[in-house]
Design a protein around this ligand. Structure first.
Ligand SMILES: [Zn+2]
Length: 187
């Protein structure tokens, strides 16, 4: 099954889409070690006190988690930038931003929000699409979301065994995702 936007893609893009859809797992060499790094991010997210200090601590922990993931998967590192708020240039963005320029280190920008770790992992999957799977484009396919879940399972533990331990109530002011937002090929 493909998402509806598939029909609008060029034949070259369709081929990339299908290649993306075929890979459903990202297997870490040492999930226990990566899980400890993920726990460090969670601890930083739960810190009380000065938001600037917390942001720094979250950024440090997020960088060490993603460094560990990149090491285990033998791909180029990606720098994580953490903002306290959603930047104005990303007004329509629900997730983080994954950016790279030729010859420069790739960067993921995320902001402090609900489901921070899930958002971070989502962006890491974009990085892995290029650097691990060598895809020329990174589409949101079913395979993409399965890869995201497989990584989350290894890092956050078995969510079925411990339901809802990760979830925090959403603030009422948070914008609801527009229907179809996830079907966009790029973000
Ligand atoms: Zn995305």
């Amino acid at each position: 099954m493909t998402f509806p936007y598939y029909r609008r893609l060029s034949s070259r893009q369709k081929a990339i889409y299908r290649a993306s859809d075929e890979v459903v797992e990202i297997l870490l060499a040492n999930p226990a070690k990566a899980k400890r790094s993920a726990a460090g991010v969670r601890r930083a997210l739960q810190m009380d006190g000065n938001p600037a200090t917390q942001r720094k601590e979250v950024a440090r922990a997020a960088n060490s988690l993603v460094d560990e993931l990149c090491r285990q998967l033998a791909v180029d590192p990606v720098k994580i930038k953490v903002l306290t708020r959603r930047p104005s240039y990303a007004e329509s963005e629900l997730h983080g931003l994954y950016t790279f320029e030729k010859g420069k280190q790739a960067q993921i920008t995320v902001w402090m929000r609900t489901a921070f770790l899930r958002t971070l992992l989502h962006e890491v999957i974009h990085h892995l699409d290029y650097r691990l799977l060598s895809l020329a484009d990174s589409f949101h396919t079913e395979g993409f979301f399965k890869r995201e879940s497989s990584l989350a399972r290894q890092l956050l533990g078995d969510r079925k065994a411990k339901p809802k331990t990760e979830k925090k109530p959403k603030p009422k002011t948070e914008k609801k995702p527009k229907p179809g937002q996830l079907k966009l090929p790029f973000e």
